[in-house]
Design a protein around this ligand. Structure first.
Ligand SMILES: [Mn+2]
Length: 332
């Protein structure tokens, strides 16, 4: 196997330090969670120590991922790793702020990302926009390091890939994605059990909130949007993670090219936006305009309220985007 230069650079770092801190973005998703855990196993098989840190709570659907209890939740990395000489591995972050963690400044940073918004902020940077998940990069790292692909690693990586590809439906899903999934299943990932944990283990609150969100549905030509207020969330007994995936119902409508879901944030006049596109509009660019980030077909950002102002702001961008569809073609 020919090893790409950035992989060699990352492995060089892995070999030259005794201990690492591994983290990913705030509000972690399946890719973030699966990938930090698999990276920890790689490092440990290489004889390194590591501590896995995330800023926010693990969503319920990921609580059965192997070794999930080793993830330390804190807003300050120094609480779990005070020694600033310990390098930090940042998975799918476009900078330190994305982690939601204090205490990373001054450390050597190893940056591994697959987002269009990826930036070279680290001492070592490996950014592959075509990777279907950062987990696909972690998998390559495991092969290049020559470590054993354990059933727990395979399960973590498969969980990450199925969630980041929308169950193998997004544009980044290629023959390579299935080759990767095949290898992970061959090494102990159980596709049906993982699907059951991810898709058939929703809390009732999530489905009740979905009902509210869907009853707020608005459409205008190829645009669809919807929202929930903190009141709606309280009534459903729902938390932030119950809003995950609501936007996918909006983009699932025939003829809709772009969709937005807005969630009111508690105790500030702000809204968290999830934006989706079927390909005509580059929603990573739109999210970046508002200080957010993501992929061409899936992105997120935060906007100031009130609701109608935030909604109009993003719709305006999307209307413009639909009038002049992005010239960059999506990867097949
Ligand atoms: Mn990802």
């Amino acid at each position: 196997m020919k090893i790409e230069a950035p992989i060699t650079a990352v492995l060089e770092q892995f070999r030259s330090h005794p201990r690492f801190l591994i983290t990913s973005h705030a509000r972690p998703d399946g890719d973030a969670i699966g990938s930090v855990l698999a990276t920890a196993e790689i490092l440990e098989q290489m004889g390194r120590e590591c501590v896995v840190v995330l800023a926010d709570e693990i969503p319920l659907i990921y609580r059965t991922v192997p070794n999930i209890d080793r993830i330390r939740l804190t807003k300050d990395a120094r609480e779990v790793e005070p020694d600033l000489a310990t390098p930090a591995v940042l998975l799918e972050c476009d900078g330190i702020p994305r982690t939601g963690l204090a205490g990373l400044e001054g450390r050597k940073l190893i940056n591994i990302d697959h987002h269009a918004s990826g930036r070279t902020f680290g001492a070592v940077n490996w950014i592959d926009e075509n990777a279907c998940a950062v987990a696909a990069m972690v998998y390559k790292l495991a092969l290049a390091a020559g470590v054993k692909l354990t059933p727990s690693m395979a399960t973590c990586l498969y969980t990450a890939i199925i969630s980041d590809t929308g169950s193998f439906t997004y544009a980044t899903t290629t023959a390579d994605t299935f080759a990767l999934a095949h290898d992970l299943a061959a090494h102990g990932a159980d596709p049906s059990q993982i699907a059951r944990d991810l898709y058939f283990s929703n809390p009732e609150s999530k489905i009740r909130l979905l009902g509210t969100a869907l009853s707020n549905l608005q459409t205008e030509g190829a645009l669809a949007w919807s929202w929930v207020t903190t009141n709606d969330m309280d009534r459903a007994g729902a938390g932030a993670e119950d809003c995950e995936g609501v936007v996918n119902y909006l983009i699932s409508i025939e003829g809709v090219e772009s969709a937005v879901f807005l969630r009111e944030l508690p105790s500030v006049d702000q809204y968290r936006l999830s934006i989706r596109s079927k390909g005509k509009v580059d929603v990573a660019q739109i999210a970046e305009t508002f200080g957010g980030g993501g992929h061409r077909s899936a992105s997120g950002c935060t906007l100031d309220g009130p609701l109608d102002v935030a909604t109009e702001k993003v719709l305006q961008q999307l209307r413009t985007g639909l009038c002049s569809p992005c010239l960059v073609s999506l990867p097949k």
